[in-house]
Design a protein around this ligand. Structure first.
Ligand code: ZN
Length: 172
């Protein structure tokens, strides 16, 4: 049984499910089921354009974290919006994918997903072997169209060099 981390004070107002905070970017079905690990195009767009944290929804400050896989590092961008440092610290403990508790992503879509628009990025994750994750610390980013996924927005650190890039496993 895995440990469920305490909910940080700044996230106490957000809904939770199974003891885990529901990030702002996480979609919910009509009957209130939260789809962890998914993102919605609309919230993704709002977070990227307005520089909002994808977990708490607050404006990002001088530093933010983007969680990236090797393939994201190759392109220097990720379709997932950034998180503020406190939310990033919480996500690393709470998110099954980031905490490497799951060796493989969901093999098939949840039936409750029918009718919910998902970002194209999600399709690439299905049943892919879990890649190692990296924390990309940034001070700013550009919103671009993902070079490998036409029609998908991404936050890019190509033009604005990141402060540092650290493998999650090595610094957990
Ligand atoms: Zn936050």
């Amino acid at each position: 049984m895995r440990a469920i981390p305490d909910i940080p004070v700044h996230l106490a107002g957000r809904p939770s499910s199974g003891g885990l905070v529901v990030p702002m970017i996480t979609p919910a079905t009509r009957d209130g089921l939260y789809l962890f690990g998914k993102i919605t195009d609309l919230v993704q767009y709002q977070c990227l354009i307005r520089s909002l944290c994808q977990v708490c929804g607050q404006r990002l400050g001088r530093r933010a974290v983007m969680f990236a896989r090797e393939s994201d590092l190759f392109y220097g961008c990720t379709a997932e919006p950034a998180a503020c440092p406190p939310c990033a610290a919480y996500s690393r403990r709470a998110c099954p994918m980031l905490a490497a508790r799951r060796s493989r992503y969901r093999a098939s879509e949840h039936p409750a997903l029918a009718g919910i628009p998902l970002a194209a990025d999600q399709l690439l994750r299905q049943s892919a072997p879990a890649e190692p994750w990296y924390a990309v610390w940034i001070r700013d980013y550009d919103v671009i169209e993902h070079p490998a996924r036409p029609g998908t927005l991404a936050a890019s650190w190509q033009r604005i060099p990141p402060l540092c890039i650290r493998p999650l496993a090595a610094t957990a």
